[in-house]
Write a protein that binds this ligand. Structure first.
Ligand code: SF4
Length: 338
């Protein structure tokens, strides 16, 4: 477990909503030098040149779970820039999202489901992110554009499920979010709402009572899909946020990405799956890395990935074993890797 360093300016959240999540976001680390200084790690592990297009962003709540002095810490490696990012391989749009855009910021890759890029902002910048080069500036940003989405959703009765994504959809404030979600929830053919978010993990106070009341108020089934790659990301504040989501009646799932040097071993994956299953969070997907430019060094060969998941399957109940998948451009669903 990470040790909490003395001198942190923000308290670790151990109880209910002690902090304003926006203040946490403002206080996040935005410089690898500051981050490394704080952790007592040689700043040479970082590559500032790789940060010009994709800056460092790491909230203090997340950084406090890192192990001081460890340059190979699995949480640090997710956020610190590396010279390997400058290697010119991988794709800008690795899973073919731009051709799937039906309207500015509204993507439809699969039947009956649409994905909305509700915001280009995240609370953390994951160096392996498949959308690290996504043209967020061109995505919809405000009520006027959201109205256009609503019009499209109302007119297409084949759409059963709306996925709120980003960036991170919870980077939108509760007022604007409530307005929009309520509008979507009033569309009678929408049966399920889904949030893809990392904010409850990296800044747990984002799961505010306003947000949980909103979730409780909608008629549709609500799924919250978290993104946690390593058990060290979990602490009491995260569990408290997950409890709030559960109490609001949502189904909470997790998707992880298989990442070289971070969770590419049986012990790390087992611990993550077990901790999630203990708290009724289903480990839904383990994704093979999308071949994104700047993130290729995180990749793990399929043969290794298959062995790891086979070992989990032999050791854990079926519901605690994630499906190993890859997203392939133009396919009608995620592709299961056997
Ligand atoms: S939180 Fe999700 S969308 Fe944001 S940088 Fe991380 S992986 Fe990408």
């Amino acid at each position: 477990m990470a040790t909490i360093l003395p001198g942190n300016t923000l308290p670790v959240e151990g109880s209910f909503e002690p902090a304003d999540w926006r203040a946490s976001l403002r206080a996040a680390y935005r410089s690898s030098t500051d981050l490394c200084d704080f952790l007592g790690v040689d700043p040479k592990v970082a590559c500032p040149q790789a940060e010009s297009d994709f800056p460092i962003l790491a909230p203090r709540e997340f950084v406090q779970r890192m192990e001081p002095g460890n340059p190979r810490d699995p949480l640090l490696l997710q956020v610190v820039s590396q010279s390997a990012e400058l290697v010119d391989s991988g794709e800008l749009d690795p899973v073919g999202e731009l051709p799937a855009e039906r309207h500015k910021g509204l993507l439809q890759k699969y039947d009956h489901r649409v994905l909305l890029i509700l915001s280009g902002a995240c609370a953390i910048h994951c160096r392996y992110c498949f959308r690290r080069n996504f043209p967020y500036d061109e995505a919809a940003k405000g009520r006027a554009e959201w109205q256009e989405w609503l019009e499209l959703l109302r007119c297409d009765s084949t759409i059963e499920e709306v996925v709120f994504s980003g960036g991170d959809p919870l980077s939108v404030g509760d007022d604007r979010l409530s307005w929009f979600i309520q509008q979507v929830a009033e569309i009678s053919h929408i049966r399920r709402l889904r949030f893809h978010t990392r904010l409850p993990v990296v800044i747990p106070s984002r799961v505010t009572s306003e947000f949980t009341k909103l979730l409780e108020s909608v008629e549709q089934a609500v799924y919250v899909v978290l993104h946690i790659n390593h058990a060290q990301e979990l602490d009491e504040s995260v569990w408290a946020a997950i409890r709030r989501l559960h109490r609001a009646g949502t189904q909470v799932l997790n998707q992880a990405v298989l990442l070289r040097g971070i969770n590419d071993n049986f012990e790390a994956l087992r611990e993550l799956c077990v901790q999630l299953a203990d708290r009724q969070v289903l480990p839904y997907y383990l994704h093979q890395l999308d071949p994104v430019r700047g993130g290729m060094h995180f990749g793990v060969p399929d043969v290794e990935a298959i062995e790891l998941v086979a070992a989990l399957r032999a050791d854990l109940p079926g519901y605690a074993v994630p499906r190993l998948v890859r997203e392939l451009r133009g396919e009608a669903s995620k592709t299961l890797i056997r």
